[in-house]
Design a protein around this ligand. Structure first.
Ligand SMILES: Nc1nc2c(c(=O)[nH]1)N[C@H]1C(S)=C(S)[C@@H](COP(=O)(O)O)O[C@H]1N2
Ligand SMILES: [Mo]
Length: 400
């Protein structure tokens, strides 16, 4: 699965994003005007992606990709997000080591071969979704990457249990948390290196995984080759890419990315009234249920008075999707949909339904509910970070 020596990306990232390579513009449909972005095919191992930023790269998956028959997002269309620009373009798989250190009995320095040979391989389907997915749709608008809905993807991950690796090192009594760091670095020395932590019990839950493969192939370079953390049900800020350092810590993690960034209001749905200040915040964690229609987009034209098929994808967050419903009257009445096969509780589930629409402009809303009964509100939640959008998504179509 991992070749003897793998050299990725010969050119610098700046060269990759030259405007001359832009093919066309894509309108993300963000509120308040055109949200036009270039479509780029200039990044290694990536097909056509929406270019949010060239360096460090932010590449968004076009919604049409999620309309495919499969629930898994192809690696070459899987979104990309990095905080800092110093991303190694060459990784030697012979000399690469994953360190496990800190409050452990035996510090480890694991080669890729060690991981493949010495630990049981596990497989899990899970959605990797940026905390700020759909941020561009927040009203009022908030600063940060102006994502549409495509800062997410679902994959089958292969790897080893983080628990097995921690057990091999032997966590010392009194340890509190585990911090994860990757090979990428800030370009300026004073900036805070990107690192995230999980509570020890969470890290040892047997599901959190150190993944070396995505949809049956080595991880794409921009998605974290050769190793990344997979934290099922949690937002991807914790899914550290190019993971090379695991530190067991015995005091709370005081790093910037845990204490200042990625904090959300400690309120139901992380919701506050715009303009509110002084609210208590907590680190972002689990994902809520969400759903999208994928075969029609905002402004689509459909036939009135006869059956129209609607289909799309839904996610349950921490539990399986239990049902997906459609409304064409702003949430007054809901129509059940048929769910596709369940390919894993942390992954996407397809749905479809046939609906007959009256003539005119029709709002089409889609609502997911998970097995725990958690569902989507009609009104969107809002917070100044543009995090954890959870409400029902509505598109308006014209039936004639
Ligand atoms: N090493 C490293 N890992 C990282 C990040 C990063 O900047 N560096 N960003 C995180 C965030 S915020 C997101 S949204 C996901 C994006 O994962 P992807 O690029 O594979 O889609 O990576 C996470 N892991
Ligand atoms: Mo993110």
């Amino acid at each position: 699965m991992v070749g003897r020596r793998r050299v990725i990306g010969g050119m610098g990232l700046a060269a990759l994003a030259s405007p001359a390579l832009a093919q066309k513009l894509f309108d993300l449909g963000l509120p308040g005007g055109p949200g036009e972005r270039e479509i780029t095919t200039a990044y290694p191992q990536k097909g056509a992606m929406i270019l949010q930023r060239a360096r460090p790269p932010l590449l968004e998956t076009p919604m049409s990709v999620f309309d495919g028959p499969d629930v898994f997002t192809p690696n070459d269309r899987f979104f990309v997000r990095w905080h800092w620009g110093d991303i190694p373009a060459v990784i030697n798989v012979d000399t690469f080591r994953l360190a496990v250190r800190g409050a452990v009995q035996t510090p480890l320095s694991l080669s890729l071969a060690d991981l493949l040979r010495d630990f049981p391989r596990v497989e899990l389907a899970a959605i990797n979704q940026c905390s700020g997915n759909s941020r561009g749709l927040f009203v009022p608008r908030v600063p940060g990457a102006q994502w549409g809905h495509g800062a997410m993807g679902n994959a089958r991950w292969w790897g080893v249990r983080l628990k097995d690796v921690l057990d091999r090192a032997g966590v010392k009594p009194g340890a509190l948390a585990v911090r994860f760091d990757g090979l990428d670095k800030p370009l300026v020395p004073k900036a805070d290196d990107f690192a995230k932590s999980l509570a020890l019990d969470h890290a040892r839950d047997g599901e959190v995984m150190i993944a070396y493969a995505q949809n049956g192939e080595a991880l794409p370079w921009l998605n974290g080759f050769p190793l990344r953390l997979v934290v099922p049900g949690w937002f991807s800020t914790y899914w550290i890419k190019m993971l090379n350092d695991i530190e067991v810590i015995d005091a709370p993690d005081s790093n910037y990315w845990m204490t200042t960034a990625y904090k959300i209001p400690d309120t139901p749905l992380a919701n506050v009234v715009p303009g509110t200040t002084g609210f208590k915040t907590v680190p972002i964690s689990t994902m809520p249920p969400r759903a999208w229609i994928t075969n029609l987009s905002q402004g689509a034209k459909v036939r009135a008075g006869r059956a129209v098929v609607l289909r799309g994808i839904a996610m349950g967050g921490t539990e399986s999707v239990a049902r997906v419903e459609i409304s064409s009257d702003n949430g007054r009445t809901w129509l059940p949909t048929t769910l596709g096969p369940d390919r894993g509780r942390y992954g996407f589930r397809r749905f479809d339904v046939s609906i007959t629409l009256p003539q005119g402009e029709v709002p089409l809303s889609v609502r997911a509910t998970n097995r725990a009964g958690e569902t989507q509100p009609m009104t969107q939640n809002w917070n100044p970070g543009g995090y954890r959008r959870a409400g029902v998504e509505t598109i308006s179509v014209t039936a004639a």
